[in-house]
Design a protein around this ligand. Structure first.
Ligand SMILES: [Zn+2]
Length: 375
């Protein structure tokens, strides 16, 4: 299997924790290939539910030609190579050694938000109802090895990957100079803007790169889900505690899959919308961000992510489904950071769009499938 070698990687910074926010921003805005693919400067809001919409025509142009300078569409060629492994990527902004090589973070060539420096032009038709969108978009590669990801890496390496993610996240959120709204007050430093950490695995759920990676967006756009969580926290059901504590207390015990060290819990939510959906939560923790977690919690998170994604390689084919899933880390003033794993086990139909999900599975059977494989 191919792998990115240290001598062909273009390393701009090797520790994102030691680079100022402004330097990181400049690194993005001074890259002409990223500027060429930047999204619109405005986002829209669906007045019905607050969904945010960003617009990027460039992302439809993502080349699926491995000979082009590309971070996306990197299907391995006949010779088994990929553009990431060949070093045809944007510059690296963080790099750390692992037992098998290294893990790194670089800039997304097709960002969903861009660090626009100028004020938006009033003549833009979107300015009538839209709002100004700014931000940065990075990619984290757990391994320079093409065939390595959280599902098959040594846990010690996964821990290093998550720690590097925390370093970048902290740097981005703690920068008052970002011009982003104050989003969170904390004794160790206030947060500015919002963070979105996700993984798209498989072509059916938006994963256009085979070489395993995660995405990190830092933006002034407050995700609709974060508003939902805040509303829940203030509701009678949330009782000021928030979703994590609610689910840990109220979810049926037979839907729990495993409890890890440090009070990290893998469970199937009682409202499972699709077969094999799962969540990772932290017991007794009021920590709202990834970089607030203790080392033990972070290590357990890596273990739980490994367990679920490794199990999905067996469970999805058993359902006759191609391997494809998203995971999303929910972070913010929401009453506890947690992770949702959404395997693409059923298509979306019209009733789902109406807000009624027809789920072709039961939470108790999903929990037992996972328990068979995860001990
Ligand atoms: Zn590769």
């Amino acid at each position: 299997m191919p792998q990115l070698k240290k001598d062909i990687a273009f390393v701009e910074f090797d520790d994102a924790g030691k680079v100022s926010f402004k330097e990181l921003l400049k690194s993005v805005s001074s890259d002409p290939s990223i500027a060429n693919n930047k999204p619109l400067q405005y986002f829209q809001i669906d007045p019905r539910n607050g969904d945010r919409v960003v617009y990027s025509i460039a992302r439809a142009r993502r080349p699926h030609d491995t000979n082009k300078l590309s971070l996306e569409g990197t299907q391995p060629t006949a010779s088994g190579s990929c553009v990431v492994c060949e070093g045809k990527t944007t510059a690296i902004v963080d790099m750390a050694s692992t037992s098998e090589g290294f893990t790194f973070i670089n800039k997304n060539l097709f960002p969903i938000t861009y660090p626009f420096e100028e004020e938006p032009k009033g003549s833009d038709p979107f300015s009538r109802t839209g709002q100004c969108a700014i931000g940065t978009h990075f990619l984290q590669w757990p391994s320079n090895r093409h065939d390595r990801d959280l599902d098959n890496m040594p846990l010690e390496d996964t821990f290093i990957v998550l720690k590097r993610l925390c370093v970048l996240e902290k740097n981005l959120l703690h920068s008052a100079v970002s011009g982003m709204p104050l989003s969170y007050r904390h004794k160790d430093g206030n947060h500015y803007g919002y963070i979105g950490v996700i993984k798209n695995m498989g072509r059916l759920v938006g994963g256009s790169i085979v070489h395993g990676h995660h995405q990190i967006v830092h933006t002034n756009i407050k995700p609709r889900k974060i508003m939902d969580y805040q509303r829940f926290k203030e509701s009678a059901l949330g009782g000021g505690m928030g979703f994590s504590q609610y689910l840990l207390e109220c979810n049926p015990k037979e839907y729990f899959v495993k409890e890890y060290k440090g009070g990290t819990v893998l469970l199937i939510p009682h409202f499972m919308k699709r077969p094999l959906e799962a969540m990772i939560l932290f017991r007794g923790s009021s920590k709202d961000y990834l970089h607030h977690l203790s080392e033990e919690e972070l290590y357990s998170l890596g273990e739980a992510l490994h367990d679920v994604t490794d199990a999905l390689k067996i469970l999805m084919p058993r359902l006759g489904r191609e391997l494809a899933y998203n995971w999303i880390i929910y972070e913010g003033d929401i009453g506890g950071v947690h992770v949702e794993i959404l395997p693409w086990t059923q298509e979306m139909g019209g009733y789902e769009q109406l807000g009624i999900y027809l789920c072709q599975g039961h939470p108790e059977s999903t929990a037992s499938y996972y328990r068979e494989l995860i001990h």
